[in-house]
Design a protein around this ligand. Structure first.
Ligand code: HEC
Length: 152
């Protein structure tokens, strides 16, 4: 009996592996990417890469466990939804109003510690920001919000 259950589980797991995810094609940053479009210092650029851009850009790098279902489905969902809502590679194409609004949402999400996603931080120690690092990014987004605020 127990062997059959085990075999059943192995089979289910094996079948799950047939449902692979569609990966986002990696594209080098263009002039429209936030990191090129805005004058950033290297510290902010580095922090953005480590904490946000792996879900909100066209530069996605996948960890090995993104090959293993069902974790792969979960990761693909995060990336799809994250990029749908906010893609920093499209930054230059956003209107001023949208830039300001997305920048505001970004610092708000960071203040509430909802971004980067806690599950991402769990798996990526480099995204586990210190108070100081979090504050640097929050200030960066606040400045960005103000920069585009009144321009419609
Ligand atoms: C693991 C992937 C992942 C990472 C890393 C990540 N996000 Fe997100 N982000 C998401 C997903 C998924 C959503 C949509 C669901 C939600 O809001 O929880 C989202 C939503 C958002 C939203 C809301 C946009 C809207 O229109 O509602 C903002 C703003 C945001 N993220 C900013 C950031 C910032 C800033 C960082 C880095 C500090 C970051 N995110 C890191 C996946 C991620």
């Amino acid at each position: 009996m127990r062997n059959k259950i085990l075999l059943g589980l192995v089979l289910v797991f094996a079948v799950m592996q047939l449902f692979t995810i569609e990966k986002v094609k990696y594209e080098e940053p263009t002039a429209n990417d936030l990191v090129n479009y805005e004058p950033l210092n290297s510290e902010v650029t580095e922090l953005l890469k480590e904490t946000c851009l792996n879900c909100h850009s066209n530069q996605i790098t996948y960890p090995w466990y993104s090959e293993v279902a069902p974790v792969s489905w979960w990761i693909a969902d995060h990336i799809e939804e994250g990029r749908e809502r906010l893609n920093f590679s499209e930054w230059g194409n956003y209107s001023s109003g949208k830039k300001s609004h997305k920048a505001e949402e970004s610092w708000e999400e960071m203040e509430e510690e909802e971004m980067p996603l806690p599950s991402y931080v769990f798996a990526h120690s480099e995204a586990d920001l210190s108070e100081k690092e979090r504050e640097i990014l929050i200030q960066f987004f606040k400045t960005l919000e103000a920069k585009y605020k009144t321009k419609g």
